[in-house]
Design a protein around this ligand. Sequence first.
Ligand SMILES: *Cc1c(COP(=O)(O)O)cnc(C)c1O
Length: 360
Amino acid sequence: MKRVYNFNPGPATLPLEVLQEAQAEFLNFGDSGMSILEISHRAKPYEKVHNQAKADILELMDLGDDYEVLFIQGGASLQFAMIPLNFATKENPGSYAVTGTFAKNAYKEAENLGVAQLAASTEAEIFRRVPAQSELNIAQNAAYFHICNNNTIFGTEFHYVPETGAVPLFADMSSDMLSRPWDFKKFSLIYAGVQKNLGPAGVVIVVVKKSLVEKSLPTLPTMLRYDTFYKKNSLYNTPPAFSIYMVGKVVAWLKAQGGLAEIAKRNARKAEILYAAIDESEGFYTGHAEKNSRSLMNVTFRLPNEELEKKFVAEALENNLSGVKGHRSVGGMRASIYNAMPIEGAEILAEFMKKFRRNA
Ligand SMILES: *Cc1c(COP(=O)(O)O)cnc(C)c1O
């Protein structure tokens, strides 16, 4: 069996052990004589999977029972709209830091509803960095302050938790949730489309303070209200059961690896290896992100010209290194090194980068 080192940004690499486990129980889940794809979401065996995944997520994040885990469909992109619909008004707008494509998409949804306030933007600098605390102009009447914790396309990440005073802090953590221990308690709402770092596409994890979602605006459609998911344990309608089952396996795998402290060490090591390959290349490779904003999950860099970039992608693939082409809005390369990427993958890519440069 030939498997590549998969640097795709999302859907992305998953732990091999997790895929093998799912394969082994695919035809007969928990002695039911059926696949997990075929059983009712109201059946006990499914319910166990659902509740265990929720409990493991809170445990990994070191959050207590004042938080709830919701499973919602529609991708992180639907959260961009659900958040202002549920929480923002003209009097108490949503405040946003615009630090990349997805952060901007989130801001635009609030803007369309007439409930957005711009706290900071680094767009004029092609999103090479995230703003410093001193640059954040968060309206003190804001219903929330929203950040995108890791900017998947540009390869930047917040390495501090913004201070927001009395304003609740919300974060899109689609591409770095559960990649490191973090002060999650400072956040009131965290969400992540799982297809980057935590599972297959199809579900968004929303971790939210219960006090925020006990009651939503009654005028909102049922499926756009957080309280619908909260009151029914995310089982109001049929949940994406297979995605949640896979997320459950990934979080169990994370716990077995030693939790977030251990995975953070590995993630830091992988990032260190790749950024060193860029920094030691005497200008052959140039990183897109400013050093103090560099992402530990998505490493973005350019080569001297587009011809070399095309050649790099093609030769990388010949060397079993897949998915290194960058997003069209940034150009160049992007190596996504999520939790499931082994350190060895980063080492082999760094070796390839050195060899490619010598031969160029
Ligand atoms: C991929 C991504 C999104 C979009 O997620 P969908 O689930 O495709 O809607 C949003 N935010 C971030 C940070 C992402 O990486």
